[in-house]
Design a protein around this ligand. Structure first.
Ligand code: ADP
Ligand code: MG
Length: 729
């Protein structure tokens, strides 16, 4: 949307602008105007108090019940205690030495109160509350309208309250010039959309509820339209972009490799492989997404593509999301190629944590073009690593990159290289277009022969589930010569936050208001399982006597991690206790059991990825999901879903439904603000599909957007912002 990019300090003054930038990340008028209300309250409607989550910051409408002032016992000073109510529950506000507040805080007065919910002697309390009292409406005839007037409640911070935002919004809206509408007029008319300026005004200052509802629909449409137009434009540009055609030579590396393969390719691997060879031979860059379950043989498809490029004299880079994964990929590709072929194509590893000497050697190989297959982390792209002739980029685990990150890859190299991205967290077909509408999508649907299903069980340890039985089962597997993973959410007790694999986007930031809405009363939680202490505990567990137990976690150096993984692969370790550093791609065929502790702390797709680590060697896999989650909670529902199916498509649908925001587009990891505020990819899938057709028709009739200058400008602005965001990564 073509909202003014004017910095906020010019409109709101320095101090306010600084505070908005610091606490809410809002820097421009456009940022502010798209900081939409989370919900609407009204003066006539009080916010339920009973469900307010302790420890969270909230904004609530309430009425003052009574006000008491008392002297502090044994000390100088006074306490003003103000009790507020929603009609049922009561909440105390406490002020020290501020008796003067009693002049306005009077019984019967209503207002908006904001602060952090605390508990004191068993009673709910707002500590250090801010408030804004509603002025009593004198004109009786206007009383109802006054009581019903929607009050926007904004996502706020303790230093920037919702009414401060509303006030700033007022200042901006009062002087706002008309906004150019980038949705073509005929479409806006046919869809019954509000005028864009009108929609922006009404979402922030509605007179009645239908105002903000219509405004929201309009703005949601705008988001969908711009998203699809962006994806369509990129797709069109891609087909006009020139790149080097890559055709494998006969008798080259790809043929040598295929001839030596110890197994048959699956049908999907053959078909998609063929498709990719076709893509690579074209003179515009391939931009393909390869989806498939963990273990469906995606990496093999990628390796064949890289060999084809090597045959044509070009280089390929495979980017893994973590150091451990890069090393793993490197080792397994080396194994797959065999040492002779690996040498021939100059297989090279490049990571940030290599020794200076190794890194120097690798960089030299890369710049000289000797390294035709390079494996590394995202640093490969971010760093100024120079390739002689980069022909193909393979990205492992696309779900970690959002729409915006993808653009980074396109901008590498003099001629944009071909890009193949792989993901084991498939997106349902209906959604793929919304998220990956600029990519071609291929899906591996079958597992290679000999692949065994994984059985998963939820063990509810509060509900009489037997933890002892879990460890006995692990001991049985070890006795049979197999190995096990034990996965914990934390490294040690000092870890405040669970360790999540790098860049993982499943952890949502749930706001206070969301929590109120969810209204699941939470008991104080027992501390989460920590890898280091779990390992110590297991070593002392008589059931596991004689079992070799060791630890792997993200605070270890990459050498330490590689060393532990090597010992695990060599079967010197029977049970590996780890954090999610083993999440993706780790390949130890002899591992058959995975025990996940505090499994409810992990996301659905993450658990699905994790359990893909077992059952890889033709032996059936078992995954035990331990949890203290109570029956009837979303947490337990998610685990039950994971245990009930190994169908990644089904799981990703469930995941998207249970994840309220469904923000699969990925929050920009570069700190940029996501452009999707109102659009929900699951809920709005139908709308997005329809909008895509409309946007496509616009491009068809007017490919250069000559007749749609506002749309052209809006899309240029999006591209520009994407590039700015990328510059920061
Ligand atoms: P993904 O990347 O999809 O998780 P990989 O390509 O890593 O899967 O394959 C997993 C394992 O299966 C590897 O050990 C690989 O060598 C093996 N594999 C791949 N394709 C086949 C196939 N067609 N038949 C048998 N094994 C295969
Ligand atoms: Mg893989």
């Amino acid at each position: 949307m073509l909202l003014p990019l004017e910095p906020l300090d010019r409109v709101l003054g320095d101090r306010t602008a600084k505070s908005f930038a610091r606490h809410l990340g809002l820097k421009t008028v456009a940022d502010l105007l798209t900081h939409y209300p989370r919900r609407y309250s009204s003066r006539g409607e009080l916010t339920p108090i009973a469900d307010l989550p302790i420890g969270e910051s909230v904004s609530i409408v309430a009425e003052i019940v009574d006000v008491r002032e008392r002297r502090m016992t044994g000390r100088k000073g006074s306490i003003l205690e103000v009790r507020i109510t929603d009609g049922n529950g009561v909440l105390s506000l406490t002020f020290f030495n501020q008796a003067w507040r009693a002049q306005t805080l009077k019984p019967g007065v209503r207002g908006l109160f904001a602060g952090k919910i605390g508990a004191y002697q068993g009673k709910l309390q707002l500590t250090h509350p801010d408030y804004e009292l509603f002025a009593e409406e004198v004109d009786q005839s206007a009383a109802k309208a006054w009581a019903d007037l929607p009050i926007p409640i904004y996502p706020a911070a303790s230093a920037v309250t919702t009414w401060m935002i509303a006030r700033a919004m007022g200042v901006v809206l009062d002087t706002l010039a008309p906004i150019e509408d980038e949705v073509p007029a005929e479409i806006a008319k046919a869809e019954g959309l509000l005028d864009l300026s009108d929609a922006i005004a009404k979402i922030h200052r509605p007179a009645v509820a239908t105002d903000w509802q219509a405004a929201r629909d309009t703005l949601r449409f705008h988001e969908a339209f711009l998203l699809q137009a962006t994806l369509l434009k990129r797709r069109a540009e891609n087909s006009h972009t020139k790149t080097t055609s890559r055709v494998p030579t006969s008798g080259g590396a790809l043929e040598t490799f295929d001839a030596a393969l110890p197994f048959e390719l699956t049908r999907g691997q053959v078909e998609i492989g063929q498709q990719i060879l076709e893509d690579l031979s074209a003179e515009h860059p391939m931009n393909r997404l390869l989806q498939g379950e963990v273990g469906s043989g995606k990496t093999l498809v990628a390796v064949r593509a890289m060999l084809a490029v090597a045959d044509s004299g070009g280089q390929s880079a495979l980017i893994a999301p973590t150091e451990v994964l890069a090393s793993q990929h490197f080792a397994s590709i080396e194994r797959t190629l065999g040492s002779e072929l690996a040498k021939k194509v100059g297989l090279t590893l490049l990571t940030g944590q290599q020794s200076v000497a190794d890194r120097k050697r690798a960089l030299l190989q890369i710049v000289s073009g000797k390294a035709q297959l390079v494996v590394g982390t995202h640093a490969l792209i971010a760093d100024k690593v120079e390739f002689l002739d980069l022909g193909l980029i393979v990205v492992d685990e696309q779900h970690r990159f959002g729409v915006e990150q993808r653009e980074a890859l396109r901008l590498k190299g003099k001629l944009p290289p071909h890009v193949l991205t792989m993901t084991a967290t498939p997106i349902p077909r209906t959604l793929a277009v919304t998220v990956f509408g600029d990519l071609d999508v291929s899906t591996l649907t079958e597992l290679p022969a000999g692949r065994k299903e994984i059985t998963s069980h939820v063990v509810q340890i509060n509900q009489g589930g037997l933890v002892a039985r879990v460890w006995a089962r692990v001991a049985e597997e070890v006795a049979a010569g197999r190995q096990a993973f034990v996965v914990c959410p934390r490294i040690d007790e000092t870890d405040a936050e669970p360790e999540i694999a790098e860049g993982f986007v499943d952890e949502e930031d749930v706001s206070a208001e969301d929590l109120v809405e969810m209204a699941t009363p939470t008991e104080p939680k027992a501390p989460l399982a920590a890898a280091l202490s779990v390992a110590e505990g297991l070593k002392l567990n008589p059931t596991l006597a004689g079992v070799n137990i060791d630890v792997l976690h993200g605070r270890m150096s990459s050498e330490q991690k590689a060393e532990v993984m090597a010992r695990f692969v060599a079967k010197e370790i029977d049970v590996l206790v780890s954090t999610t550093v083993i999440e993706v791609g780790v390949d130890v065929p002899n591992a058959t059991v995975m025990v996940v502790l505090d499994a409810d702390r992990f996301g659905i797709s993450q658990l699905h990825q994790l359990r893909g680590r077992v059952g890889r060697g033709g032996l059936p896999g078992l995954c035990l999901l331990l949890t203290t989650a109570e029956p009837g909670t979303v947490s337990l529902e998610r685990l039950t879903a994971v245990a009930s199916t190994t169908d990644g498509f089904k799981l990703s649908e469930i995941d998207l439904e249970l994840r309220r925001e469904g923000d699969v587009l990925g929050k920009s990891q570069s700190g940029g603000r996501s452009s999707l505020k109102l659009l929900r990819v699951v809920q709005d899938a139908a709308l997005i599909g329809e909008v895509r057709v409309m946007a496509a028709a616009v491009f068809e009739a007017d490919p250069t957007l000559e007749k749609h200058p506002a749309l052209a400008t809006a899309l240029e602005r999006i591209d520009q912002q994407a590039q700015e965001n990328l510059a920061k990564t």
